[in-house]
Design a protein around this ligand. Structure first.
Ligand SMILES: Nc1ncnc2c1ncn2[C@@H]1O[C@H](COP(=O)(O)OP(=O)(O)OP(=O)(O)O)[C@@H](O)[C@H]1O
Length: 371
């Protein structure tokens, strides 16, 4: 299966601001890559450029070593000659064709003989579990079934590259979860190279083999999902990936009001804990890395007042006032403390960022390795 390589890719619409800037991105052979980021960060533009639906303003896109776009070399291969499968948010099934005919449509266009069309369509419909609805029309299907038919239509063609733009966004929570598992299975079975656009960090973490986080047209980090979660490259990624979000505690204040962190406050306490690491400008604490109880040796700990306990069945979220700062802790064991109680909280993983918001890895090893 082909790898997709973007080098120095940029896109501006009508000479306006850049929707994508200087993007270097390699989607390895057989990867399931999620492009993740807030609305307007350039994810869809990137996907559309890979599909050939938009032409880059600069840079090169190559798939399997074949250059499909190069502004410098004047190369542009149109979408229909790229052999990629596309599924967009609106699934655009033909309303006057049955499910089977919709799925066979792409094969008919490729002049695949009827018996083979039939068997490939049936296999694809089985794969997404809508085989039984084969003779119905799109209007007789639920949103989730229509979504699956759109996927089947793409899978029947058996493309080596699948491009998906928020294809699960119209589904309810339960069906989304089911389809995530389904897509993951389809990826493993087909071995295709997949690029999947989403603004949902959970979707990216659960499905992808690689996640590329974008913000304002720029790549922030490219990493396997758990690596990104454990070691976000900067504050943007740290706060965007994870729910509830990582709490950020500023260790420094603006130079103009430079009184340093409040004495006796959380920032001062954390700074004292990482003494000697004077480049630390902010600390990050994930809710599940903040614990109640007796700390192990070497961990940072401090007094906290319990403000609220929010049980959610399998987990408990606790709002704490830690010195001068409000933080959330998430635990999977029952919380005995009640609002108003004073407890000891501690963390086994502190993330440190410098003044530019970049992760400080050397400090990370010193501090986080104590877990
Ligand atoms: N056809 C267009 N003409 C002009 N500007 C566009 C066009 N398409 C996108 N943009 C702009 O480019 C930027 C990136 O848009 P893009 O759709 O790629 O972002 P996105 O991350 O996919 O967002 P969303 O999640 O909301 O779809 C935005 O500022 C958007 O307004």
């Amino acid at each position: 299966m082909p790898a997709i390589e973007l080098s120095g890719v940029a896109k501006s619409y009508g000479g306006g601001d850049h929707a994508v800037r200087n993007l270097d991105l390699v989607v390895p052979d057989g990867a399931f890559m999620c492009l993740l980021g807030p609305s307007g960060c350039g994810k869809t533009t990137t996907l559309r450029m890979i599909a050939g639906l938009e032409q880059p303003s600069a840079g090169t896109i190559a798939v399997g070593g074949r250059v499909l776009d190069s502004v410098e070399q004047g190369v542009y291969v149109p979408p229909e000659k790229r052999g990629m499968g596309l599924v967009f948010q609106s699934y655009a099934l033909w309303p006057h064709l049955s499910v089977r005919e919709n799925v066979e449509f792409g094969l008919r266009m490729r002049k695949v003989p009827a018996p083979e069309r039939r068997s490939r369509a049936e296999a694809a419909l089985k794969m997404v579990h809508v085989f039984d609805a084969m003779d119905r029309y799109p209007s007789q299907l639920s949103g989730g079934q229509q979504q699956r038919v759109a996927l089947a239509r793409m899978l029947a063609v058996d493309p080596e590259v699948l491009l998906l733009d928020e294809p699960l966004s119209n589904l309810d929570a339960r069906l989304r979860l089911e389809m995530r598992a389904e897509l993951k299975r389809i990826h493993e079975e087909s071995g295709a190279t997949i690029v999947f656009v989403t603004h949902d960090q959970l979707e990216a973490l659960t499905m992808a083999t690689h996640v590329a986080v974008m913000n304002q047209g720029e790549l922030q980090q490219l990493a396997p999902p758990m690596e990104m979660y454990a070691r976000p490259a900067n504050r943007f990624v740290a706060e965007f990936v994870g729910s509830p979000a990582m709490a950020i505690v500023e260790a420094t204040v603006e130079a103009t009001v430079d009184a340093g962190p409040a004495p006796g406050g959380l920032a001062a306490s954390l700074l004292a804990h990482v003494q000697g690491h004077d480049r630390a400008a902010a600390f990050g604490i994930r809710p599940e890395a903040l614990h109640l109880g007796t700390p192990p040796p070497g961990a940072w700990s401090g007094p906290a007042t319990v403000e609220a306990v929010l049980p959610a069945g399998a987990s408990w979220t606790v709002r704490l006032r830690v010195l001068d700062t409000e933080l959330f802790a998430v635990t999977h064991t029952p919380v005995e403390a009640a609002p108003g109680d004073t407890v000891t909280c501690w963390t086994d993983q502190l993330h440190l960022f410098d003044a530019a918001g970049l992760r400080l890895p050397a400090l990370d090893n010193n501090v986080a390795a104590r877990a």
